[in-house]
Design a binder for this molecule. Structure first.
Ligand code: CP
Length: 316
């Protein structure tokens, strides 16, 4: 069982400033918790007496359920908040909402919000540990951690491996967290997709652009395919869905032309028939449900390591 539990920061706001050692530590503990949740008795008392609030100001299926399950597996007390049925609808501010929740003695806040920077805003103002569950187009650190964990499980160490992120990079918080995290783990990261959906400054992050998706797939050990985020598009970024699919969609025909098929990943939710076909998504080439499974173990590791900074409780 790993013993080191020392993270540099008391929050997880993004991966940009997380040292590589902390990423390795989280992934190491995630491996331990994956073993725990595959035991007949999946619950451990590690976070007994710790209260965690899940504040979701934006829709979520995977992240919300995964955090809640992780918290329950660790025996934390859990309160859930969804903006859609809260007093936010009556005009209550974010700060008032959070202060009211903290007055109930909450130790950890997991927050998803449509605005970039909200987790940092809270971390600057409230005494709880803050975990970013996705903020606007900024970062989604636990998604990138579970992506990295899944890649390591499937292809081993990421040192020197080629990973391409395909699709709507511009509107994606997953892309940025993947880039920061994967580079720190030693991977070469490239992006591929329509030039209108690739930020102009992407080179400044040390990321190569491979415009042709077939070239990108031939280069890659892993292709992390992203959703076309229609809800964040205020204008047309490509002529039509059909054209997008023809030029950038991952199909079995495309994969059959490759000498070596990369591992196909997707953070979900999938637009089936747009960024990838059902045939690919449901094939052995894809690790999409492994990603979801690993999300629970990775979030257990993050919550445990953050809470370990203010408790003497040990893992079982
Ligand atoms: N991958 C992800 O963040 O999915 P949800 O929006 O369903 O949480």
């Amino acid at each position: 069982m790993p013993r080191n539990t020392k993270l540099q920061s008391r929050h997880l706001l993004g991966l940009q400033h997380v040292p590589a050692d902390d990423l390795h530590l989280i992934l190491h503990w995630a491996g331990h918790f994956k073993e725990v949740i595959n035991r007949p008795i999946k619950r451990v008392p590690s976070l007994r007496d710790i209260t965690i609030a899940n504040l979701f100001f934006e829709n979520s299926t995977r992240t919300r359920l995964s955090f809640e399950l992780a918290e329950k597996r660790l025996s934390a007390d859990v309160v859930n908040f969804a903006a859609s049925n809260s007093s936010v609808k009556k005009g209550e501010t974010l700060t008032d909402t959070v202060n009211n929740i903290l007055a109930m003695k909450v130790d950890v806040v997991v927050i998803r919000h449509a605005d970039a920077g909200v987790p940092q805003f809270l971390a600057d103002r409230v005494p709880a540990h803050i975990v970013n569950a996705g903020d606007g187009t900024h970062e989604h650190p636990t998604q990138a951690l579970l992506d990295a964990f899944t890649m390591q499980e499937r292809i081993g160490s990421l040192e020197g491996k080629n990973i391409v992120i395909v699709g709507d990079i511009l509107h994606s918080r997953v892309a940025l967290s993947n880039i920061f995290g994967l580079q720190k783990l030693g991977a070469n990261v490239a992006v591929s997709g329509p030039s209108t959906l690739i930020p102009r400054a992407i080179h400044e992050l040390g990321v190569e652009v491979i415009p042709n998706v077939d070239d990108a797939l031939a280069w890659a050990d892993v292709a992390n395919v992203l959703r076309v985020q229609h809800e964040r598009m205020d204008r047309a970024f490509f002529p039509s869905i059909r054209e997008y699919h023809n030029r950038y969609g991952i199909t079995m025909d495309r994969l059959k032309r490759l000498e070596k098929v990369p591992l196909i990943m997707h953070p979900g939710p999938i637009n089936r028939g747009v960024e990838l076909t059902s045939e690919v998504a449901d094939s052995p080439h894809a690790a999409i449900l492994n990603q979801v499974e690993n999300g629970v173990a990775v979030r257990m590791a993050v919550l445990y390591l953050l809470a370990a900074q203010s408790t003497t409780t040990d893992v079982v």
